[in-house]
Design a binder for this molecule. Structure first.
Ligand code: CMP
Length: 137
């Protein structure tokens, strides 16, 4: 069993497809073990995406991630990290395969509907960034 962090980003919450994305996670064998809807502050978004600090898209990324509500989900399942990344599709929605979350709901490279952890170390850091131990059941 493995855990990963999924984020339903502001363009997707605006489209009112939170339930549809959660259903795609569940249909892919992932279990929601932690869930919250919130509106990130700039400090939270900057801290979460600290590894991208200094990259040309960083400012846009933080602006977008703080532009509306997000849904944070800790997801558990076998091969959860890579399984969720396959389900999300390519970061660039123009390259996302049919049937993926980004093919369905992404609008651009930045407004790409969902985030998913890319490694076990990132998953642990990202889940702990938003959830405490009592919120993961
Ligand atoms: P995400 O999986 O949340 O991780 C970092 C985010 O930065 C990524 O999704 C994109 O939304 C954004 N991103 C990464 N690379 C680029 C890029 N080259 N141009 C614009 N946005 C990017």
């Amino acid at each position: 069993m493995e855990r990963t962090l999924g984020i339903i980003k502001p363009n997707a919450t605006k489209k009112n497809v939170t339930g549809k994305i959660i259903a795609m996670w569940e249909d892919a064998g992932l279990r929601v073990v932690g869930l919250k809807r919130t509106w990130l502050t700039p400090a939270q978004a900057e801290g979460f995406y600290a590894e991208h600090l200094g990259k040309p898209f960083f400012g846009n990324l933080v602006e977008f991630m703080t532009s509306g509500p997000v849904v944070l989900a800790a997801l558990e399942g076998e091969d959860a990290i890579q399984g969720n990344r396959r389900l999300m599709g390519a970061t660039n929605p123009a390259e996302a395969a049919e049937g993926t979350i980004r093919k369905l709901y992404a609008d651009s490279f930045t407004e790409n509907a969902v985030h998913g952890s890319d490694s076990p170390a990132s998953a642990e850091r990202e889940i702990n960034f938003f959830f405490n131990v009592f919120e993961l059941i």
